[in-house]
Ligand binder design. Structure first.
Ligand code: ATP
Length: 325
């Protein structure tokens, strides 16, 4: 369990974290999101005892990092995948870490296997790609089988297969009861990995909610109106043969007209409608009501789809709102 309580960190005049409170629970991957400079790294460093809070507390299992008896057995962290000795192999790096943390040597092979590094374990880390260094950072973090994991941008440098692998690994650890806190500013990654999301901006929480709630809200229905039957085929062919001018969307003229009519019907039924040619974007109504309204108005549809708003949109809305304050 991770609990951040009223955390404030000032670096001189810079307020990096400004009264932040949230918890990350066991059995869950918590995504920690925010734009550049929002205070994510400072918060993670406070949790790991690398930054002294100006006010408030950053606790792991109810204790400050400095008070943990065997920190390596309680919390694993991967902050930056740059701190490795370039002349050392991954295996040697893990062995040294094991010895200094008083962990059993068998863990080295286990974590190499877990992170897919076995084949490259005896190569010098200086020859590793960014993605391989990320894997080594994760291998180091899980060496002590800690119940709490803190990862700063772990997907950075991973290819799509690597992200897939990372997700599977974090899911497996969370399912085993681990508390996993993962920072990122790449939203699509968090959307794939996290169960719960804490979004911060300017060192303050702007949203703390389950992922499903965030991506599900403010979703829109996309409604595409079909060309009315009487316009398709002969009538259209005749118009074209006569060489009539083709205004914008002329090939959809009937559908565009019908879409305008349907927009009126849906607005009268309480929906909010945005229209683009033959497509309507509807909020405030469910799909069944839109379908029924179209049927009653004798307007044929070619599409009726609920589109998720996407974490990206929610994130941008929330952070822009915060930045405008
Ligand atoms: N040691 C420091 N001295 C002075 N200012 C600092 C220090 N560390 C961080 N800051 C400032 O605190 C603010 C928050 O930085 P932080 O690195 O925590 O943000 P972040 O959310 O991790 O950003 P990014 O996504 O860019 O990594 C920034 O304005 C940064 O310049």
């Amino acid at each position: 369990m991770i609990s951040v309580e009223g955390l404030v960190k000032r670096f001189g005049a810079v307020v990096a974290v400004d009264g932040l409170s949230f918890t990350a629970r066991p059995g869950m991957v918590t995504g920690f999101l925010g734009p550049n400079g929002a205070g994510k790294t400072t918060t993670l460093r406070s949790l790991l005892g690398l930054v002294r809070p100006t006010e408030g507390r950053a606790l792991i299992n109810g204790r400050a990092y400095a008070e943990l008896e065997r920190p390596a057995a309680v919390v694993g962290a991967a902050l930056e995948a740059t701190g490795f000795h370039p002349g050392r192999s991954a295996r040697d790096h893990l062995r040294v870490t094991c010895m200094s943390a008083n962990l059993p040597g068998e863990r080295v092979d286990a974590v190499l296997e877990m992170t897919g590094l076995t084949e490259d374990a005896d190569r010098r880390v200086g020859t590793y790609s960014l993605g391989m260094r990320q894997r080594l950072a994760l291998a180091t973090a899980v060496l002590g089988e800690p119940p709490v994991l803190i990862l700063d941008e772990p997907a950075n440098g991973l290819d799509p297969a690597g992200i897939h692998w990372l997700r599977a690994m974090l899911r497996h650890l969370a399912d085993g009861g681990c508390t996993v806190l993962v920072s990122s500013h790449v939203l699509s990654e968090v959307e794939q990995i996290a169960d719960h999301v804490v979004i911060i901006a300017h060192g303050r929480v702007v949203r703390d909610a389950p992922l499903a709630e965030l991506v599900g809200e403010e979703s829109e229905l996309r409604v595409r109106v079909a060309e009315p039957i009487e316009r398709t085929g002969r009538a259209e062919a005749a118009e074209q043969a006569e060489g009539l001018a083709m205004p914008e969307h002329a090939e959809l003229a009937g559908a565009v007209e019908e879409a305008a009519a349907l927009a009126g019907v849906l607005e009268a039924a309480g929906g909010t409608v945005r229209r683009e040619a033959d497509v309507l974007w509807v909020t405030g109504m469910d799909a069944a009501d839109v379908g029924r309204a179209a049927l009653e108005a004798r307007i044929a549809l070619s599409e009726l789809v609920r589109e998720r708003s996407g974490l990206e949109k929610v994130f941008l809305d929330l952070t822009m709102r915060e930045l405008e304050r």
